[in-house]
Design a protein around this ligand. Structure first.
Ligand code: SF4
Ligand code: SF4
Length: 282
């Protein structure tokens, strides 16, 4: 919230409620947790609530008249299986999104969420470079402020090293994302966060330096269950990191590949390898 306020959003925040980290995992009476003051609002951000307490979010939306809610997911313990659907079912008229993590948020076709996501969410950078990074402008930054921190640190970095440097710098920032593996995506939220900032650098420079590559002489979709697609964490959070071409063979997008190597382990035909070089982006 500090970063949002510092980035000029202070006048848009009509109310804020903080909860202790040790709210009970199972709550019977949610009314005691409802904020006393609930001014009219367009958008509810529920950040860092863990377990059952998340169920108050649709109630808050209803009482404030908000039709739009963002509940970022930072780790597997925060939102036990089933709770996400319970929250959606409890407020069928409200648009609720669960970006995993917050810095993967992109517009979804809902006006208040999209207005927020035009400034905060999945990082977008404008980069000027001539072999070394000369200028980095944050066009959209992670809500936690990490993108501004990383952008400042990239100045004068060799262009070919900026992609990996951005991920290292994220690890030096107090990122909220968990280091626990999320069984729903097979990777940690912290890794997912690093894939988003690396993508921003790659797109800013127009090339990637490392990516998974599928050997189409080996890839035989008729002999597999498309395990690569089923296991890629980026695909599992909604990105087109692996797609199938006209022959149904897998194709990896270097812009969004985080080179986690999960697809390499899962492909039964060993058709995928990690390669380094200079991969121009489409
Ligand atoms: S890369 Fe491997 S898992 Fe993916 S479609 Fe090809 S053979 Fe199947
Ligand atoms: S290495 Fe494979 S599984 Fe990992 S992000 Fe890249 S395409 Fe997806």
């Amino acid at each position: 919230m500090n970063n949002l306020a510092e980035q000029g959003m202070a006048s848009n925040i009509v109310g804020m409620e903080e909860y202790p980290e040790d709210t009970p995992p199972l709550i019977e009476d949610f009314s005691q947790y409802l904020p006393k003051s609930l001014p009219p609002a367009d958008l509810i951000l529920a950040v860092g609530l863990s377990g059952d307490i998340n169920m108050i979010v649709p109630m808050v939306a209803q009482k404030t008249g908000a039709q739009s809610v963002i509940i970022p997911i930072y780790g597997p313990k925060q939102m036990p299986p089933g709770l996400q659907q319970e929250i959606i079912d409890s407020a069928p008229d409200v648009t609720i999104v669960f970006p995993k993590p917050f810095c993967s948020l992109e517009p979804v076709g809902d006006a208040p969420i999209d207005e927020f996501a035009s400034r905060f969410g999945k990082p977008v950078l404008f980069i000027k470079a001539d072999g070394f990074i000369k200028k980095v402008e944050v066009l959209r930054g992670a809500p936690c402020g990490s993108t501004n921190y990383i952008a400042k640190g990239l100045w004068s970095t060799p262009s070919g090293e900026a992609e990996l440097a951005s991920a290292h710098k994220l690890h030096n920032y107090p990122c909220n994302a968990s280091t626990d593996t999320d069984p729903a995506v097979g990777d940690t939220s912290l890794h997912l966060a690093s894939y988003q900032i690396k993508e921003a650098v790659k797109r800013g420079l127009g090339f990637a330096v490392k990516t998974a590559v599928v050997d189409h002489s080996i890839c035989k979709p008729e002999d597999c269950q498309k395990e690569c697609l089923e296991s890629c964490p980026q695909v599992l959070i909604g990105l087109d990191t692996i797609t199938l071409n006209q022959e149904e063979k897998a194709v990896v997008d270097p812009a969004t590949c985080g080179y986690c190597e999960i697809c390499i382990k899962e492909c039964p035909l060993n058709a995928i390898t990690i390669e380094t070089g200079k991969f121009k982006l489409d």
